[in-house]
Write a protein that binds this ligand. Structure first.
Ligand code: 4AD
Ligand code: MG
Length: 431
């Protein structure tokens, strides 16, 4: 018999034919002489209904079912497989197996089993969506003329200067001639490349030794970063951020409708996201007096402030621009014409999450950059970066989007640990 994936079988491929399906048993329901099984192989949210004569089978077993694919008399699924042979490839102890009921375990419960939670409907949907969202991000950049750069995971620079570096050593000793770290951002390497390709991006793992146990921080997360040359103003950047967000969201909603629906109906009910709607700029500046959490000039925004801003604007994505200069890393461009000392930096805040993207125009003027690096005693460390301003410097800027936070936003998932296959956070690296 032909071997079908579950996704093919549930849509009636090879109806009437003798076929073979391999997968894991998601539910077993004995009924009179028959046993109803739902078998899933991860290819779709729908499990295949299998009708078998009462043979003992347990939840979680790996099976290979041979039989005839036929129209189902029941409404819920149009096709089912009438088994004439069930081969248990790997059996499963029903007492110890942590998922006993068919579905609807909370995300929190299944999080305790990082090696098994991909066998649940919710988490396998999530991982299919994550995979498709990855494709969506790459498609956006490809369609818009960006070159993908594989920026290094090991680096000697601390781009953000926030001291959240994981140091790389071998048996407690330096491996390279200089101290090396896992990257906190590929931005500086992208800036190198934007000086030759104009539009570049990278999408890979990023590391921060954050001690917080928050619902939106991980020690290892995926970041999408883009860098654009010949920018005129921050709006050239916010346009790319908005376009990418919209296009990736539309792609996911169009290509993973069934999986997204499961989330919105059963996992995070009430949550809806639409790529439509207006983005607002400078809201913070325009309405700063009205906020319930007033911030003094010069303070960074806290999660509460970000969430409040988004709510204040009617639960739509919001850009906040022109942060106090001293809050931003050395690379941020000085807004010399602002009376308050600001940098041309922008964050995109989104419902339920707060900060989704951080970006800025970069200081392309040699004298200003040199002065700032000099003040920090970093002129020698970043001599190569200063070179970029000596040899054909152009106005440019870029941003980074936390990929897990993007998934949290579109799916309404409260905890970042539930949108990545193997979350790493302080005191937790189980496998
Ligand atoms: O705002 P951040 O720190 O910006 C940068 O690293 C810039 N160098 C990016 C650039 O301009 N190329 O980080 C960017 C985004 C944040 O807005 C957030 O969404 C995400 O990365 N992020 C994290 N996500 C999960 N866990 C963490 N610990 C994160 N830290 C930042
Ligand atoms: Mg930031």
């Amino acid at each position: 018999p032909a071997t079908l994936r579950v996704s093919e079988a549930v849509s009636g491929a090879k109806l009437g034919a003798n076929v073979k399906v391999q997968g894991w048993v998601r539910s077993v329901r004995p009924q009179k002489a028959n046993l109803f099984l739902h078998v899933n192989d991860g290819s779709s949210l729908q499990s295949l209904q299998v009708v078998a004569s009462s043979e003992l089978l347990t939840l979680g077993s790996a099976v290979e079912v041979t039989g005839t694919l036929r129209k189902s008399p029941r409404q819920r699924q149009p096709f089912e497989l009438e088994a004439d042979r069930i081969h248990v490839v790997g059996d499963c102890d029903p007492v110890d197996f942590p998922f006993k009921i068919k579905e609807r375990h909370s995300l929190e419960y299944i999080r305790q089993f990082p090696h098994l939670r991909c066998r649940t409907n919710a988490f396998s949907s999530l991982l299919r969506i994550r995979s498709e969202a990855t494709t969506a991000v790459h498609s956006y950049f490809k369609e818009n003329g960006f070159v993908q750069i594989h920026t290094p995971v090991i680096t000697s620079n601390d781009c953000e200067g926030a001291g959240e570096l994981f140091q790389v050593e071998v048996k407690g000793e330096k491996f390279f001639s200089v101290p090396a770290f896992l990257t906190v951002s590929g931005q500086l390497h992208l800036e190198v490349m934007s000086g030759a390709f104009s539009r570049v991006y990278t999408f890979g793992p990023t590391f921060r030794a954050e001690n917080s146990q928050s619902r939106r921080h991980l020690a290892e997360f995926y970041m999408v970063e883009a860098e654009v040359s010949f920018t005129q103003s921050l709006e050239d950047l916010t346009k790319v951020m908005e376009d990418m967000f919209r296009s990736a969201t539309e792609h996911v909603l169009a290509h993973c409708a069934e999986d997204v629906d499961l989330f919105h109906k059963h996992v995070t009910p009430g949550h809806r996201v639409s790529p439509q709607g207006h983005f607002a700029i400078d809201i913070l500046n325009q309405s700063s007096q009205k906020f319930a959490f007033p911030t003094d000039w010069g303070c960074d925004l806290q999660t509460e402030h970000e969430k409040h801003l988004v709510k204040h604007c009617g639960n739509i994505p919001v850009f906040v621009t022109d942060y106090p200069y001293d809050l931003k890393p050395f690379y941020a461009r000085d807004n010399l014409d602002h009376p308050e000392h600001t940098a041309a930096a922008v964050d995109l805040l989104v419902p339920g999450v707060g900060e989704l993207c951080g970006g800025s125009l970069r200081e392309e003027r040699l004298d200003l950059l040199k002065a700032r690096l000099g003040e920090a005693g970093l002129e020698d460390t970043y001599s190569w970066y200063l070179d970029l301003r000596r040899f054909g410097s152009v106005p440019h800027g870029g941003f980074g989007m936390g990929f897990e936070r993007f998934l949290q936003c579109i799916l309404g998932v409260d905890n970042i640990k539930d949108v990545i296959a193997f979350p790493r956070f302080s005191h937790s690296c189980p496998l």
